[in-house]
Every structure is written in C-alpha cells, then in structure tokens.
Design a protein around this ligand. Structure first.
Ligand SMILES: Cc1ncc(COP(=O)(O)O)c(C=O)c1O
Length: 344
C-alpha cells in the first residue's frame, strides 16, 4: 500500500468475503464496502459526482454542494467537500441514523432538516424538493441530485474492475437498490468487461421500485418510499429480477451474521444477504454470486442491533435469526470449518 495524502485515496480495493458455499460449488461472496472511508460504498459515487461537476464546469472554486441524503451519500460528500474546499449542505430527515448526521457535522457539513425533532419518517421526496429549491435561489450552488446523476453509477465502475481482479467471473450480482447506482453501475461495467452477470435487485417490502404496494420500512439508505420518484440511476433494462425483503428478515440476517461470524453488516446488506442465502441452492451449480455490502453494522448499534429499539417496532424475531445462523453454518466454506475444528 503506497503512502496516501488524501482520504479519498483510500477509496476502493475493498475485500471480498466468502460467506457461503453449497455442495454444488455455488458461492455467495460479499464485497465489503464498509472498508471504504466513511464505512460505506457511497463515497465512491460522491467523489465521482463532484469530479464530474468540476469537469463540466458546474462547480466553481469554493462553490456550494447541496444534496438530499439519508446519510452515507452525505458522509461521502462531506469528505470530498472538505478535501476540495467546497461548502456542503446536506438536506436530511430524522429517519437517518444519528451517528451519520453527527459525523457529517464533524466533517464540516451543514445540516438542514425537512422535519421536526421526533418526526422520524423517511422524507425522501420532501428532501429532494427542498434541495432543488435551495439551489434555484443561489449562485455558485450545485445540487448533485444522486437519483438522476449519471456519475452516480459511474462511481461504481471500479467495483466491477476490483471484482474481476479477485474472481474469474461474476454470474449473479444481487444487491440493494436505493438510487440504483451501486447495483446498475457495477452491472454496467461488468458487461463492458465481458462479464454480463444476472442482475437481481433487492428492495424493502414497502418500497416501490419493483411495484407496490408502498408502505413504511426501516431499512436505511435503500429502497424508494411511496411518493418518491424513481430516478434514472435505476436502470430497468439491466434488471433481471426485483425481489422484496421484509425488515424482519433483513435485520435478522444482519444480526445473525454478526453473532455467527463477528462480521457487522448494515440492515440493507442484511436484506440482500438474506435473499442470497435463501436462493443459493436454486442458482445453477458452481455459480459465483456477489452481494455488495453497502455499509457496516456499526452504524446501526442504536437500531438493528438494539433489542429494545427492535422490540418496540416488533422487528425482533429470534427464530428468524436462528434460521439464518443455521444457513450460515450449513454453507460454511471448508477453510472456515477446518479452522474451527482445529481451534477445538
Ligand atoms: C446503507 C445502504 N443501503 C443501500 C445502498 C444502495 O444504494 P444505491 O442503490 O443508491 O446505490 C447504499 C448505497 O451505497 C447504502 O449506503
């Protein structure tokens, strides 16, 4: 690893973790994006959106970046803005994880809330309207507009390149869809590199990108809530299948993976890992299935990993957690089993 001088030099080259293997050799690999600065994948696209705006002359020296964010995009933009000398305002709601908001502030971001304290509804569309209105009245301000910005998906092209440096091919790419940037950007680049993977998108039950009915959900940073518009980064032409996952299953999976392996993944990653594990035997024998773990579980200690928070929302399901733990044990790769046997 060469010496680096900027935090953004630490983006990428994230590890690939073999979570599960079937007897027929189908394996589920996790691209651990929590190893990026800010602990999330989104910093990849945050940097790309800013560099793209600079190249196109949309951001001037000392300009003002404005974005509507549920947290991870804002964290990424806060880093890039600090590094490149921009002012950054994040338009947020109280559905966002508190630690993400605190960290954005720590890195110099200004926060504007669309809802009052105590109102913790997801307010994607109100956030976007406010961000657009703020930019309209202000010279030197630029709305990165992640849902409709081509640079979002382009920011994930290196994910495909890194994957193909680590494995021969990716047969199935199975991942969470919020703006769509991470899944469709990675899928686009895989195709360009001669590896057209089957693309399976995962969204929370209640999210509307793969059809209704819409409703509330607690998985953070993913999905499209009712009333929000689906942006251009969701590329349906690349989507082979859209799957919905409940908060209960997504969170049970995040908790089970933590308890079984000591690997902390976020709630949205829990959703795609759940689908991957459940479907693993149904994929063609010998398939390489990859899930992008968009962020780590450390951001959700007050929610997904807090029994009281979970219990108050009727999300706690020990039986579901045990089912996932059993799958993780059943599909344990041989090296993990041997290590355990040796240790005992
Ligand atoms: C927590 C979380 N979930 C899901 C996603 C997927 O979002 P998108 O479709 O916007 O790339 C992200 C983005 O990296 C994320 O940070």
């Amino acid at each position: 690893m060469p010496l680096v001088t900027r935090v953004t030099d630490l983006i990428g080259r994230t590890p690939l973790f073999e979570l599960a293997v079937t007897d027929s050799g189908t394996r589920l690999l996790l691209k651990l994006e929590q190893f990026n600065p800010t602990g999330a994948a989104k910093i990849r696209m945050a940097r790309e959106m800013v560099l793209d705006a600079e190249r196109r002359g949309l951001l001037e020296v000392g300009g003002h970046i404005i974005e509507s964010t549920s947290g991870n995009t804002g964290l990424g933009l806060a880093v890039v803005a600090a590094e490149r000398g921009y002012r950054f305002t994040a338009v947020v709601d109280n559905h966002a994880c508190k630690d993400k908001l605190r960290a954005m502030r720590a890195m110099g971001a200004e926060l504007v809330f669309v809802a009052d304290d105590g109102d913790d509804d997801l307010a994607t569309s109100a956030r976007e309207d406010l961000a657009a209105a703020m930019v309209a009245g202000q010279a030197g301000a630029y709305f990165t507009e992640q849902h409709n910005n081509d640079a979002n998906a382009v920011g994930y092209y290196p994910v495909a390149e890194e994957l193909l440096a680590d494995v021969e091919r990716v047969d199935i790419l199975l991942s969470a869809v919020g703006t769509g940037g991470s899944l469709f950007g990675t899928a686009t680049r895989l195709r360009e590199l001669g590896c057209p993977a089957r693309v399976i998108g995962v969204e929370p039950v209640g999210s509307i990108a793969f059809g209704g009915p819409g409703g509330p959900y607690w998985q953070s940073g993913t999905g499209t809530p009712p009333g929000a518009t689906i942006g251009t980064a969701v590329d349906y032409s690349l989507l082979d299948e859209g799957v919905k996952v409940s908060d209960v299953d997504a969170f049970a999976t995040a908790r089970a993976v933590a308890a079984e392996l000591g690997l902390m993944i976020g709630g949205s990653a829990g959703g795609s890992v759940f689908v991957g594990l459940e479907r693993l035997e149904q994929f063609p024998p010998g398939s390489t299935v990859v899930t992008i773990v968009c962020d780590g579980g450390e951001k959700y200690l007050d929610t997904v990993f807090d029994d009281r928070w979970m219990g108050e929302r009727e999300l706690l399901d020990p039986a579901a957690e045990e089912r996932v733990r059993a799958m993780v044990r059943r599909y344990a790769p041989a090296t993990r089993r041997t290590d355990l046997a040796d240790a005992r």
